[in-house]
Design a protein around this ligand. Structure first.
Ligand code: THU
Length: 136
């Protein structure tokens, strides 16, 4: 079902606000994400970096893990805000995590210039490995 313009505006605003909580002392790249879950609720996340760099978590995964921790099992839309001139799609790890809960999800990237990407998880990760592959 297509998302209404007010819902999209709420998601974009929530992603922008979430970026303010980013813990990004190493990259200075403060990212925020908002996901629309199956219940209709919005969950947010920011990137959380670590002095042991490889342990850093992207904003998208933080938001999805918050949704799942609250009992959600379906992700309908992911919006990511990056403080860049060009809109930035989710990294490969985040695409795989989105696939777990939202193989049909819409994925939108917004940034400070107003440029945007509006696409789908399927377009970003075609032929994804997912839960179904374990029960063939
Ligand atoms: N990052 C995200 O949180 N989401 C993205 O879509 C791209 C990258 C974070 C990871 C790291 O903390 C910083 O941005 C630089 O890569």
């Amino acid at each position: 079902m297509p998302l209404s313009p007010p819902t999209l505006r709420r998601l974009e605003k929530a992603a922008l606000t979430a970026a303010k909580s980013a813990h990004a002392p190493y990259s200075q790249f403060r990212v925020g994400a908002a996901v629309l879950a199956g219940s209709g609720k919005i969950y947010t996340g920011c990137n959380v970096e670590n002095a042991s760099f490889g342990l850093s978590n992207c904003a998208e995964r933080t938001a999805i893990f918050s949704a799942v921790a609250a009992g959600e099992q379906k992700i309908r839309c992911v919006v990511v805000y990056t403080p860049s001139l060009h809109a930035t799609p989710p990294c490969g790890a985040c695409r795989q995590v989105i696939n777990e809960f939202g193989p049909q999800a819409r994925v939108i990237a917004v940034c400070r210039s107003g440029e945007r990407i509006d696409t789908t998880l399927d377009a970003l990760l075609p032929g994804a490995f997912g839960p179904g592959n374990l029960s063939d």
